[in-house]
Design a binder for this molecule. Structure first.
Ligand SMILES: O=C(O)CCC(=O)C(=O)O
Ligand SMILES: [Fe+2]
Length: 232
């Protein structure tokens, strides 16, 4: 804050969050694009922009992706491993980006959101067996953490998350947005899409979510995170 004697007091803005202008711009353009799509539903939560689109993938494509995930899934990792033992017990893998159905899916997600394919991380498959889960977390990067130096260089902050459920789970395996009381059951082929930032581009802490344990059955999802710049 500046005090200029005998005149105004000028509030200086706090240091803007890294990538916040780009996040605000991307947020606005995706919002506008989705508002024109008849198959999209905005969930009735003010604090987080979350959308669903049922039957985004058909049964055959879901089955194909499940088989691909089974070929690449390894114990999931966290960006920071130390001190976080048991926080995520699922299996994950980068699915084959040369596969025609994976390529089509990536292009469709880019077309759907209007975010350039080059900003998308490669699609990742997740598998949760009985009892497996991923505890509460946000998908956006903590820009104070050690890993941020690297992430900043390879695409910057995550803007939107797109996640598609590939199968029905007999019991459990819901995605809970824990701070806004939203609990989403896995619905085969359904796309869940959310903005990790607020409209002003600040990372949104109310996007905190968890994959609850699978109680009966197995759960498969495909996730794609979009960055503010080209991901490499
Ligand atoms: O599987 C889910 O329901 C959520 C997965 C998730 O949050 C993630 O992979 O970042
Ligand atoms: Fe997540």
């Amino acid at each position: 804050m500046w005090n200029i004697p005998g005149s105004l007091t000028i509030e200086m803005p706090a240091t803007p969050h890294p990538d916040c202008r780009a996040l605000a711009r991307i947020g606005a353009s995706v919002r506008e694009r989705l508002s024109g799509q008849p198959t999209v539903r905005r969930l009735p939560v003010e604090a987080v922009e979350i959308y669903t689109s049922n039957s985004f993938l058909n049964e055959a494509d879901c089955a194909h992706l499940i088989a691909l995930i089974d070929t690449c899934a390894c114990p999931s990792r966290l960006l920071e491993e130390e001190g976080w033992d048991g926080y995520r017990t699922s299996y994950s893998g980068d699915i084959d980006t040369h596969d025609r159905i994976v390529r089509d899916l990536e292009l469709r997600l880019s077309d759907f959101t209007g975010i350039a394919p080059s900003c998308g991380e490669s699609a990742q498959g997740q598998r949760y067996e009985c009892g497996q889960y991923f505890n509460e977390h946000c998908d956006w990067f903590d820009t104070e953490a050690g890993y941020w130096r690297q992430e900043r260089r390879c695409g910057g902050q995550r803007s939107w998350t797109a996640m598609i459920y590939l199968n029905a789970v007999e019991e459990g395996g819901r995605t809970d947005f824990t701070h806004i009381g939203l609990s989403i059951p896995p619905e085969p082929g359904c796309l869940l899409l959310w903005n990790n930032a607020l409209p002003d581009g600040t990372p949104n802490p109310l996007t905190m979510h968890a994959a609850r344990p699978v109680v009966r059955g197995v759960k498969y999802v495909v996730t794609k995170w979009f960055r503010v710049r080209n991901w490499q």
